[in-house]
Ligand binder design. Structure first.
Ligand code: FPP
Length: 257
């Protein structure tokens, strides 16, 4: 499914950015480079994560301004548990702080928060905060913010298979659509664009199923420096792509370009 919509990419707050023809409905972001950002400044890695968390507000607001409807952020992967205890503790502290201090503002701005990932393995207090945040913002509809936390793309698929088997669904009824309904993103369209900051060219177990036909945008900019102008560059790059979904380019689209 092509989820592009041509809703005006400009409003009052966007006057410095020329309008774009297509705005991705759903964007995923691998927020990488916090550690290097801190290192370049002679700071501990935790300070990089803090700067990264602060930057989230800018990017969320920018995404809303540009007309994006779903933003999925990779906050903590199932593999991140391998990091030093001290760094994990710092990150968990940051998540607590974020839920305590940013949620009100997000909710006020019409952001609906959803969680992608396993609850098991997280501390009961984080679980409670996530559950409360999801409930509190459930009616909001300006932007869906999927927070991938304790998330792994392969684990998500395994979890879906386990549920499908547990429900005794016959093999012939197992289609791609059915599997999609058992993922954390059930009911949401797949991402159109996946952005990775800090220059690494890997997918890192992020939206493994959903990202099958996403366009990728890799930038050397480190996550704490990825601002509205950088997001606009990603959108510009997206506008230059000819999406084919395995088929042929639409003739009309070719004529227009
Ligand atoms: C990767 O940078 C980033 C992470 C593992 C965590 C992402 C977390 C945040 C942006 C902040 C907190 C988010 C929320 C929702 C409050 P890295 O440490 O791998 O950087 P490096 O590759 O330069 O070492």
């Amino acid at each position: 499914m092509d989820n592009l919509h041509t809703a005006a990419a400009t409003d009052k707050s966007n006057t410095e950015f020329p309008p774009l023809k297509k705005i991705p409905y759903h964007i995923g972001i691998i927020m990488d480079g916090n550690g290097r950002w801190a290192k370049r400044r002679g700071l501990p890695r935790t300070m990089g994560h803090r700067a990264g968390a602060e930057n989230l507000r800018t990017v969320i607001e920018s995404a809303v301004d540009f007309g994006v409807k779903i933003l999925t952020i990779y906050a903590f992967s199932t593999e991140n548990w391998k990091r030093p205890k001290r760094e994990i503790k710092g990150l968990m502290g940051l998540f607590h702080y974020y839920f305590d201090h940013e949620l009100g503002e997000l909710a006020k701005n019409g952001v609906q928060l959803r969680h992608l990932g396993h609850m098991n393995g997280m501390s009961p207090s984080i679980q409670k905060k996530i559950t409360r945040a999801v409930e509190k913002t459930a009616e909001n509809n300006r932007l869906i913010l999927n927070v991938a936390f304790n998330y792994g793309g392969r684990a998500e698929i395994v979890h879906a298979i386990q549920r499908i088997v547990a429900e005794n669904i016959p093999p012939e009824a197992i289609t791609e659509e059915l599997v999609s309904r058992y993922l954390y993103t059930a009911g949401q369209p797949d991402p159109d664009l996946i952005i990775r900051t800090s220059g690494e060219v890997r997918t890192s177990n992020f939206l493994t199923w959903q990202g099958a036909y996403a366009e990728y945008y890799i930038t050397p900019v480190l996550w704490p420096d990825f601002n509205k102008a950088e997001l606009y560059k990603a959108l510009q790059s997206f506008n230059q792509r000819k999406r084919r979904f395995g088929g042929l380019i639409d003739e009309e689209e070719l004529e227009e370009s």
